[in-house]
Design a protein around this ligand. Structure first.
Ligand code: NDP
Length: 493
């Protein structure tokens, strides 16, 4: 950490300021124009259509990217089918594992380059893409490479068979990590892939495609079709896709579920959330403050499992909120390429507008807003870390997923009330509990309707641990041994 000391000639307290600590972009080469990655090569789109991807921190264009139309998606699925039938399906599991291990090692070797690209295209702080996203991406590929030749032991008593061609649609909040969550288990289980990255963050998926080419992955095993929602819809609806995996909004998830009803396609959905983060009076409050900050301001709050609803036991509510406000005021908001930045850019103008609308609804419905007095960059999409007190259950900011750096705070008096309030949402993805009593953690975890319950921590991920939701947060699990099941046919023994 670089700290500049500003000397003072008086007896006033010394002022300390962080010096700029910019990550270099020299490690990254961005093409002016990208084609679609189909059958092991980059091709111009038959649609002849392109779009521009911008850096959300500067609003500068980064590259022009192909927009796949129907004929392009047909080509990608046909390439994936042929690779499945002729190469990847018949290949022995230890051989498949070698490719996935090689990809994992190359991700590690290129992690700096991929982290910089992720931050440029998506706006997340470089310290997060460098220290969280990329290590987890490599971790997932290593983890699933290890399973590729041991599937029979993963699920004793069943004969594991791949499903065929997997159509995967991923969002913009963790572009590389969502790719890893989907591509690694699909390949390890013997499937081939057609991947549709989000419109605002296509660059790391394209860099990954190039990396797999250098790794010698046979043509057609991985295909990347960039585009907008329409392209995603074409992938999902394609007749020759056997399995659909989607991460994104609950609204689009419902649409896909309707689209696939009556077909034989297997489906997993990882959708939105409104995670409850509960603080009991016996919790280590200073540690809990750090957990809450990490729970909602990590990745600008663009996290499906973010702890966006804080429930604090009434006896410590005011003390805890004071501590939180003080901590909020120390967060550094700004240039995501600066290694000191805690809160980077909002991913797009549309998302910034969505966050601003919901925050306005919080004010107009009577909640009390607090924002630190930090200066925001002149250009780019930025939003101050925000918290609301005096929030009631019926407020939109307590019910709807904001997907931004905004925390809604409520209080409770008894554990029963805490459970009732925490579960009072259509979502069920994550929850967190802070208390020094182990028995209370178990009691709460039993009753919270959430796919993940963290105890005295938050937002912790590991390739070996499954992740997924209940209710409107979706179904199916990604990560861990469970993540393989979604890509295997295990209907007969
Ligand atoms: P979407 O659900 O629209 O996007 C997720 C992915 O699905 C993107 O690749 C998108 O393409 C694609 N897509 C969009 N429409 C369709 C369709 N009809 N069929 C198939 N694929 C489709 O999320 P948004 O980007 O619009 O974000 C809106 C809200 O969703 C956020 O505010 C947040 O609340 C929530 N969200 C939740 C996420 C999570 O991890 N659970 C992740 C992202 C968003 P394209 O990007 O080109 O539109």
């Amino acid at each position: 950490m670089a700290i500049t000391r500003i000397p003072s000639t008086t007896h006033e307290p010394l002022l300390w300021e962080y010096a700029d600590s910019k990550e270099s972009t020299d490690v990254v080469e961005i093409d002016d124009r990208y084609g679609l990655y189909i059958d092991g090569e980059f091709r111009s789109p038959r649609s002849r259509s392109h779009f521009t991807t911008v850096n959300p921190a500067t609003e500068e264009p980064l590259a022009t990217v192909a927009e796949a139309g129907k004929a392009d998606v047909d080509d990608a699925v046909a390439a994936a089918r042929a690779a499945y039938e002729d190469v990847w399906g018949p290949m022995s599991p230890p051989e498949r594992a070698k490719y996935i291990f090689r990809i994992a090692r190359m991700i590690q070797e290129r992690s700096r380059e991929l982290a910089v690209l992720e931050t440029l295209d998506g706006g997340k702080p470089i310290k997060e893409s460098r220290d969280v996203d990329l290590p987890l991406v490599a971790g997932h590929f290593f983890y699933y490479a290890g399973w590729a030749d041991k599937l029979e032991y993963a699920f004793p008593g069943i004969r594991p068979r791949p499903l065929g061609v997997a159509g995967q649609v991923i969002p913009w909040n963790f572009p590389m990590l969502m790719l890893a969550w989907k591509v690694a288990p699909a390949l390890a289980a013997g499937n081939t892939v057609v991947l549709k990255p989000a419109e605002t963050t296509p660059l790391t998926a394209l860099a990954f495609a190039r990396l797999t080419e250098e790794a010698g992955l046979p043509p057609g095993v991985l295909n990347v079709v960039t585009g907008a929602g329409e392209t995603g819809s074409l992938v999902v609806a394609h007749d020759d896709v056997d399995k659909v995996a989607f991460t994104g909004s609950t609204a689009v998830g419902k649409l896909i579920q309707r689209q696939l009803a009556g077909t034989t396609k297997k489906l997993t959905l990882e959708l939105g959330g409104k995670g409850a983060h509960l603080i009991f009076e016996d919790a280590p409050l200073d540690q809990a403050v750090e957990g809450v900050i990490n729970g909602i301001f990590f990745n600008q709050g663009h996290v499906c499992c973010a702890g966006s609803r804080l429930l604090v036991e009434e006896s410590v509510h005011d003390r805890f909120v004071d501590k939180l406000k003080r901590r909020l005021s120390t967060l550094r908001v700004g240039d995501p390429m600066d290694k000191n930045t805690d809160v980077g850019a909002i991913n797009s103008k549309e998302q910034l507008d969505r966050i601003s609308d919901l925050v306005e609804s919080g004010r107009s419905e009577g909640a009390e807003m607090f924002q630190p007095d930090c200066e925001l960059p002149q250009r780019g999409f930025f939003f101050r870390p925000t918290l609301f007190t005096g929030v009631s259950q019926s407020h939109r900011i307590a019910q709807e997923e904001i997907f931004g750096p905004v925390l809604s705070i409520l209080s409770f008096r008894t554990p029963e009330e805490a459970v009732e309030k925490a579960n009072n949402t259509p979502y069920g993805l994550s929850a967190g509990v802070w208390t020094s009593k182990g028995s209370r953690i178990l009691w709460m975890a039993d009753r919270l309707r959430a796919g993940v319950v963290w105890a005295n921590t938050f937002n912790k991920f590991d390739p070996a641990s499954p992740f997924g939701g209940y209710k409107e947060s979706g179904f199916g699990r990604e990560g861990g041994r469970h993540g393989l099941l979604a890509y295997m046919d295990w209907s007969e023994g």
